[in-house]
Design a binder for this molecule. Sequence first.
Ligand SMILES: Nc1ncnc2c1ncn2[C@@H]1O[C@H](COP(=O)(O)OP(=O)(O)OP(=O)(O)O)[C@@H](O)[C@H]1O
Ligand SMILES: [Mg+2]
Length: 252
Amino acid sequence: MAEIIINMKHIEKRYNNVPVLTVQDLEIEKGDFLTVIGSSGCGKTTLLKMINGLIQPDTGNVAVNGTDISQTDLISLRRSIGYCIQGSILFPHMTVEENVSYVPDLLNGRNKTKTRQAVSKWLKIVGLGDDLRSRYPSELSGGQQQRVGIARALAASPEILLMDEPFGAVDSITRKQLQTEIKEIHEQTGVTVVFVTHDISEALYLGTKVLVLDHGQIQQYDTPQNIIHNPENDFVKNLLKDGFHYSEEEVS
Ligand SMILES: Nc1ncnc2c1ncn2[C@@H]1O[C@H](COP(=O)(O)OP(=O)(O)OP(=O)(O)O)[C@@H](O)[C@H]1O
Ligand SMILES: [Mg+2]
Protein backbone atom coordinates (compact mmCIF):
# COMPACT_ATOMS: atom_id res chain seq x y z
CA MET A 1 0.00 0.00 0.00
CA ALA A 2 1.29 3.41 -0.95
CA GLU A 3 1.82 5.84 1.88
CA ILE A 4 -0.55 8.83 2.01
CA ILE A 5 1.34 12.06 2.64
CA ILE A 6 -1.50 14.58 2.23
CA ASN A 7 -5.15 13.96 3.00
CA MET A 8 -7.99 16.47 2.64
CA LYS A 9 -11.34 15.46 4.08
CA HIS A 10 -14.79 17.06 3.91
CA ILE A 11 -13.28 20.40 2.91
CA GLU A 12 -15.34 23.41 2.07
CA LYS A 13 -14.01 26.92 1.59
CA ARG A 14 -16.44 29.80 1.11
CA TYR A 15 -15.99 33.48 0.44
CA ASN A 16 -18.98 35.71 1.16
CA ASN A 17 -20.98 32.53 1.61
CA VAL A 18 -20.18 31.29 -1.88
CA PRO A 19 -18.29 27.96 -1.93
CA VAL A 20 -15.06 28.23 -3.96
CA LEU A 21 -13.66 24.79 -3.16
CA THR A 22 -15.27 21.51 -2.10
CA VAL A 23 -13.18 18.38 -1.56
CA GLN A 24 -14.82 15.28 -0.09
CA ASP A 25 -11.78 13.09 0.23
CA LEU A 26 -8.46 13.61 -1.50
CA GLU A 27 -5.47 11.41 -0.79
CA ILE A 28 -2.08 12.29 -2.25
CA GLU A 29 0.48 9.50 -2.23
CA LYS A 30 4.04 10.04 -1.10
CA GLY A 31 6.36 10.48 -4.07
CA ASP A 32 3.61 11.46 -6.51
CA PHE A 33 3.90 14.42 -8.87
CA LEU A 34 0.36 15.75 -8.74
CA THR A 35 -0.61 18.37 -11.27
CA VAL A 36 -3.72 20.46 -10.54
CA ILE A 37 -5.37 21.86 -13.66
CA GLY A 38 -8.36 24.08 -14.24
CA SER A 39 -9.39 27.51 -15.49
CA SER A 40 -8.80 30.79 -13.73
CA GLY A 41 -10.70 31.10 -10.48
CA CYS A 42 -11.55 27.37 -10.16
CA GLY A 43 -9.81 27.03 -6.79
CA LYS A 44 -6.29 25.76 -7.63
CA THR A 45 -4.36 28.23 -5.47
CA THR A 46 -6.89 27.81 -2.67
CA LEU A 47 -6.30 24.04 -2.69
CA LEU A 48 -2.51 24.49 -2.72
CA LYS A 49 -2.45 27.05 0.10
CA MET A 50 -4.54 24.78 2.29
CA ILE A 51 -1.70 22.26 2.31
CA ASN A 52 0.72 24.64 4.07
CA GLY A 53 -1.98 26.35 6.11
CA LEU A 54 -1.85 29.71 4.31
CA ILE A 55 -5.61 29.30 3.81
CA GLN A 56 -7.82 27.54 6.34
CA PRO A 57 -10.95 25.67 5.26
CA ASP A 58 -14.33 26.59 6.76
CA THR A 59 -15.09 22.93 7.32
CA GLY A 60 -13.09 19.73 7.17
CA ASN A 61 -9.42 19.10 7.73
CA VAL A 62 -6.08 18.71 6.07
CA ALA A 63 -3.57 16.16 7.32
CA VAL A 64 0.11 16.03 6.39
CA ASN A 65 1.84 12.78 7.30
CA GLY A 66 -1.23 11.79 9.27
CA THR A 67 -1.28 14.89 11.47
CA ASP A 68 -4.08 17.44 11.27
CA ILE A 69 -2.28 20.66 10.37
CA SER A 70 -4.67 22.77 12.46
CA GLN A 71 -3.11 21.01 15.46
CA THR A 72 0.52 21.64 14.46
CA ASP A 73 2.93 24.54 14.52
CA LEU A 74 2.44 26.18 11.12
CA ILE A 75 5.89 27.78 11.05
CA SER A 76 7.70 24.46 11.30
CA LEU A 77 5.18 22.89 8.91
CA ARG A 78 5.98 25.59 6.33
CA ARG A 79 9.70 25.09 6.81
CA SER A 80 9.26 21.44 5.85
CA ILE A 81 7.22 22.28 2.73
CA GLY A 82 8.84 24.03 -0.24
CA TYR A 83 6.71 26.69 -1.90
CA CYS A 84 7.27 28.29 -5.31
CA ILE A 85 4.90 30.74 -6.89
CA GLN A 86 4.73 32.43 -10.25
CA GLY A 87 7.11 35.33 -10.65
CA SER A 88 9.90 36.09 -8.28
CA ILE A 89 9.41 35.69 -4.58
CA LEU A 90 13.12 36.11 -3.90
CA PHE A 91 14.27 38.49 -1.18
CA PRO A 92 15.35 41.49 -3.29
CA HIS A 93 18.01 42.73 -0.85
CA MET A 94 19.75 39.33 -0.71
CA THR A 95 22.13 37.79 -3.22
CA VAL A 96 21.38 34.48 -4.96
CA GLU A 97 23.58 32.71 -2.39
CA GLU A 98 21.82 34.36 0.55
CA ASN A 99 18.41 33.59 -0.91
CA VAL A 100 19.17 29.91 -1.43
CA SER A 101 20.97 29.61 1.96
CA TYR A 102 18.14 31.12 3.92
CA VAL A 103 16.49 27.95 5.19
CA PRO A 104 19.63 25.70 5.22
CA ASP A 105 21.28 28.37 7.40
CA LEU A 106 18.44 28.07 9.87
CA LEU A 107 18.76 24.30 9.83
CA ASN A 108 22.56 23.92 9.73
CA GLY A 109 23.32 26.59 12.30
CA ARG A 110 27.04 27.36 12.38
CA ASN A 111 27.97 24.71 9.83
CA LYS A 112 28.52 27.16 6.97
CA THR A 113 30.46 24.65 4.84
CA LYS A 114 27.48 22.32 4.76
CA THR A 115 25.25 25.20 3.68
CA ARG A 116 27.68 26.37 0.99
CA GLN A 117 27.85 22.85 -0.44
CA ALA A 118 24.06 22.57 -0.43
CA VAL A 119 23.77 25.89 -2.29
CA SER A 120 26.26 24.76 -4.97
CA LYS A 121 24.49 21.46 -5.37
CA TRP A 122 21.05 22.99 -5.88
CA LEU A 123 22.21 25.80 -8.16
CA LYS A 124 23.84 23.17 -10.34
CA ILE A 125 20.74 20.95 -10.38
CA VAL A 126 18.51 23.81 -11.53
CA GLY A 127 21.04 24.72 -14.22
CA LEU A 128 22.64 27.86 -12.78
CA GLY A 129 26.38 28.53 -12.68
CA ASP A 130 28.25 29.35 -9.47
CA ASP A 131 29.12 32.73 -11.04
CA LEU A 132 25.56 33.92 -10.29
CA ARG A 133 25.92 33.43 -6.52
CA SER A 134 26.74 37.03 -5.68
CA ARG A 135 24.14 38.65 -7.95
CA TYR A 136 20.94 40.26 -6.70
CA PRO A 137 17.52 39.17 -8.07
CA SER A 138 17.23 42.41 -10.09
CA GLU A 139 20.41 41.38 -11.96
CA LEU A 140 18.86 38.12 -13.20
CA SER A 141 16.52 37.24 -16.06
CA GLY A 142 13.01 36.02 -15.27
CA GLY A 143 13.95 32.40 -16.02
CA GLN A 144 17.04 32.64 -13.81
CA GLN A 145 14.98 34.12 -10.97
CA GLN A 146 12.53 31.27 -11.33
CA ARG A 147 15.39 28.74 -11.10
CA VAL A 148 16.78 30.43 -7.99
CA GLY A 149 13.27 30.24 -6.49
CA ILE A 150 13.18 26.49 -7.17
CA ALA A 151 16.71 26.01 -5.78
CA ARG A 152 15.70 27.94 -2.68
CA ALA A 153 12.60 25.82 -2.15
CA LEU A 154 14.57 22.59 -2.66
CA ALA A 155 17.58 23.61 -0.55
CA ALA A 156 15.54 23.03 2.59
CA SER A 157 15.20 19.34 1.51
CA PRO A 158 11.43 19.48 1.81
CA GLU A 159 9.31 16.36 1.77
CA ILE A 160 6.64 18.25 -0.15
CA LEU A 161 7.08 20.88 -2.83
CA LEU A 162 4.12 23.13 -3.68
CA MET A 163 4.38 24.97 -6.99
CA ASP A 164 1.80 27.51 -8.15
CA GLU A 165 2.12 28.12 -11.92
CA PRO A 166 5.88 28.43 -11.45
CA PHE A 167 6.72 28.57 -15.16
CA GLY A 168 3.95 30.92 -16.25
CA ALA A 169 6.11 33.98 -16.77
CA VAL A 170 8.94 32.49 -18.84
CA ASP A 171 9.34 31.98 -22.59
CA SER A 172 8.45 28.61 -24.08
CA ILE A 173 12.05 27.39 -24.49
CA THR A 174 12.96 28.15 -20.87
CA ARG A 175 9.65 26.67 -19.82
CA LYS A 176 10.43 23.40 -21.58
CA GLN A 177 13.88 23.30 -19.91
CA LEU A 178 12.41 23.98 -16.48
CA GLN A 179 9.81 21.25 -17.05
CA THR A 180 12.54 18.74 -17.88
CA GLU A 181 14.55 19.84 -14.84
CA ILE A 182 11.68 19.61 -12.37
CA LYS A 183 10.75 16.17 -13.73
CA GLU A 184 14.34 15.01 -13.20
CA ILE A 185 14.51 16.53 -9.73
CA HIS A 186 11.31 14.70 -8.83
CA GLU A 187 12.70 11.41 -10.13
CA GLN A 188 16.03 11.88 -8.33
CA THR A 189 14.79 13.10 -4.96
CA GLY A 190 11.40 11.38 -4.65
CA VAL A 191 9.96 14.65 -3.28
CA THR A 192 6.15 14.79 -3.40
CA VAL A 193 5.17 17.63 -5.74
CA VAL A 194 1.83 19.43 -6.02
CA PHE A 195 2.01 21.60 -9.13
CA VAL A 196 -0.69 24.03 -10.26
CA THR A 197 -1.02 24.86 -13.93
CA HIS A 198 -3.67 25.96 -16.41
CA ASP A 199 -1.84 24.23 -19.26
CA ILE A 200 -3.18 20.73 -19.96
CA SER A 201 -0.05 19.70 -21.89
CA GLU A 202 2.12 20.65 -18.92
CA ALA A 203 -0.26 18.85 -16.53
CA LEU A 204 -0.16 15.63 -18.58
CA TYR A 205 3.58 15.78 -19.23
CA LEU A 206 4.65 16.35 -15.63
CA GLY A 207 2.03 14.59 -13.56
CA THR A 208 2.10 11.04 -12.30
CA LYS A 209 -1.45 11.99 -11.26
CA VAL A 210 -3.63 14.79 -12.55
CA LEU A 211 -6.41 16.54 -10.63
CA VAL A 212 -8.92 18.37 -12.84
CA LEU A 213 -10.85 21.13 -11.05
CA ASP A 214 -13.78 23.21 -12.25
CA HIS A 215 -15.75 25.73 -10.21
CA GLY A 216 -14.23 24.39 -7.00
CA GLN A 217 -15.22 20.77 -7.70
CA ILE A 218 -13.00 17.84 -8.60
CA GLN A 219 -13.87 16.61 -12.10
CA GLN A 220 -11.34 13.78 -12.28
CA TYR A 221 -8.37 12.59 -10.25
CA ASP A 222 -6.43 10.06 -12.23
CA THR A 223 -3.27 9.05 -14.04
CA PRO A 224 -2.48 11.06 -17.20
CA GLN A 225 -3.20 7.96 -19.32
CA ASN A 226 -6.70 7.61 -17.85
CA ILE A 227 -7.38 11.32 -18.25
CA ILE A 228 -6.54 10.95 -21.95
CA HIS A 229 -8.23 7.61 -22.64
CA ASN A 230 -11.10 7.64 -20.12
CA PRO A 231 -12.13 11.24 -19.52
CA GLU A 232 -14.94 11.10 -16.98
CA ASN A 233 -17.10 13.93 -18.28
CA ASP A 234 -17.51 16.61 -20.94
CA PHE A 235 -15.45 19.10 -19.00
CA VAL A 236 -12.40 16.84 -19.12
CA LYS A 237 -13.06 15.96 -22.79
CA ASN A 238 -13.17 19.65 -23.72
CA LEU A 239 -10.02 20.37 -21.75
CA LEU A 240 -8.23 17.72 -23.80
CA LYS A 241 -9.59 19.12 -27.08
CA ASP A 242 -8.40 22.61 -26.18
CA GLY A 243 -4.84 21.66 -25.49
CA PHE A 244 -3.97 18.62 -27.54
CA HIS A 245 -0.43 19.51 -28.48
CA TYR A 246 1.70 16.94 -26.70
CA SER A 247 2.88 13.62 -27.99
CA GLU A 248 1.77 10.58 -26.12
CA GLU A 249 5.24 9.20 -25.41
CA GLU A 250 5.92 12.41 -23.48
CA VAL A 251 3.25 11.55 -20.94
CA SER A 252 4.71 9.90 -17.86
N1 LIG B 1 -9.73 36.59 -0.32
C1 LIG B 1 -10.72 36.31 -1.15
N2 LIG B 1 -11.93 36.89 -1.03
C2 LIG B 1 -12.95 36.58 -1.86
N3 LIG B 1 -12.85 35.71 -2.87
C3 LIG B 1 -11.67 35.10 -3.05
C4 LIG B 1 -10.54 35.38 -2.22
N4 LIG B 1 -9.50 34.62 -2.63
C5 LIG B 1 -9.95 33.93 -3.69
N5 LIG B 1 -11.24 34.20 -3.94
C6 LIG B 1 -12.07 33.59 -5.00
O1 LIG B 1 -11.99 32.18 -4.86
C7 LIG B 1 -11.98 31.55 -6.13
C8 LIG B 1 -10.80 30.60 -6.25
O2 LIG B 1 -9.60 31.37 -6.24
P1 LIG B 1 -8.19 30.74 -6.54
O3 LIG B 1 -7.16 31.77 -6.27
O4 LIG B 1 -8.05 29.47 -5.80
O5 LIG B 1 -8.29 30.43 -8.11
P2 LIG B 1 -7.22 29.82 -9.11
O6 LIG B 1 -7.80 28.57 -9.66
O7 LIG B 1 -5.90 29.73 -8.46
O8 LIG B 1 -7.19 30.91 -10.29
P3 LIG B 1 -5.96 31.46 -11.19
O9 LIG B 1 -5.71 30.42 -12.25
O10 LIG B 1 -6.52 32.73 -11.78
O11 LIG B 1 -4.79 31.70 -10.29
C9 LIG B 1 -12.00 32.67 -7.17
O12 LIG B 1 -13.29 32.82 -7.64
C10 LIG B 1 -11.56 33.91 -6.38
O13 LIG B 1 -12.13 35.06 -6.90
MG1 LIG C 1 -4.07 30.73 -8.74
